[in-house]
Design a protein around this ligand. Sequence first.
Ligand code: SIN
Length: 491
Amino acid sequence: MSFVIQNTGLLLQQNFINGVWCDAQSKRTVPVINPATGDVYVNVPDSDDVDAKAAVDAAAEAFKTWKKVPAKQRATILKRWNDLILENAQDLGKIISSEQGKPLAEGVGEVAYAASYVEWFAEEATRSNGEIIPSPAVGRRMAAYKEPVGVIAAITPWNFPAAMIARKIAPALAAGCTVVCKPAAETPLTSLALVKLAELAGVPSGVLNIVVTSKSKEVADVWLDDSRVRKITFTGSTPVGKHLARESADTLKKLSLELGGNAPFIVFDDAVLDDAVDGLMAAKFRNGGQTCVCPNRIYVQDGVYEQFIEKLTARVSALVVGPATNPASQIGPMINVKAIDKIESHVADAVERGARITTGGKRIQSAQCVGPTYYAPTVLVDVDKASKCFHEETFGPVAPITKFATESEVLEWANDSPFGLASYFYTTDLRRVTRVAEALECGIVGINEGAIAAEAAPFGGVKDSGYGREGSTHGLEEYMHVKYTCQGGLD
Ligand code: SIN
């Protein structure tokens, strides 16, 4: 069974360049696979360097006029886009769930999350104020203006096909930039639907262009080499992020890189355990564990270790695994078989090093879960800190736990990672809250909270998790530069 989409006009299978829906110039296509079954869902363009360049040509030309459109008018268009996204939330949620696999409630939830960024940046567009600077000399006036940086290349991942593209495109358009974007080959349909709604909202031709491809490097290379592209915004793996940083050096582009994470989740003896379990369930099992901010290393203090494991195991073993089309499903299929292989290898490695499985620990195939991409939600305990699952993103529904004794010990472990995206901890000691939040080396800290992302908050990391922030006022700054003017002769 698959979902019925009411607004069939949202099911697009073409690029959108310079206001025209078009095939790849080569006419090549690539299939989008239903992760629940492995079957081909639809075919989309397999674009190449020719299409990538056409998109930049359009965006560069459109920038000449879009940058002059008053912020209020840009805000009005973005607000219309937000309204259209919300009006089509059910259909968009179904498209997300069909191509990405997450349960429908999460798919529809992601649409609201995506729209929240569009609404936020519509409002921020009109507040990108500059500064009047007191002059140190008589007869001069000094000011700092904010200007859009130019053409933006947005490269987005498959795990949140709506939210990741919305939180890149919305601030870019709000700032007065134009956009070329490339969604993940696994999940292009959501992005195409969002771009269609942006077109209907009144985004002018050439301002927003989208190119679908399985040849990510070929398309990205065109954008990296083209000096008209002034910024790249990317969410994805650290190796690709580093490649983009290296290769954009020649044209000195601005960069926002939201890269891998390896989030610690710390439960102190004085935590409210039920809250900590709730927080871990929300943070770890959202999107089946396929998020960059998922707890990857769970450290529980020795006084509450057994009790926490017991409570968590009960909750995890009750999770319902199944396709997005089943309203009861809480964990959908993983994105592909490669993802399942990685999860399996991480679990096997931890077990070889002495970990115990209290629930899960295996693939699932059943009348409900027909495809090869289902993995049982898993709790691993007594995990050796050298295990792969403590060092690499598992990107699956696996909660690996180990015991700690002291605050200083756990802080050392938490910071002993090249990554620094999110961290979480649970405690009722107020002094510890400040101490630990300040000591953690990361961009985002959840304190007695597992659901941390919000449009009004700055999302991003430090160290190998990248740089730049999405959401909040900082998210708009990323798409602007400052021009200083000094006017003399006024005395
Ligand atoms: C991500 O996994 O990259 C994003 C997660 C979020 O926005 O919460």
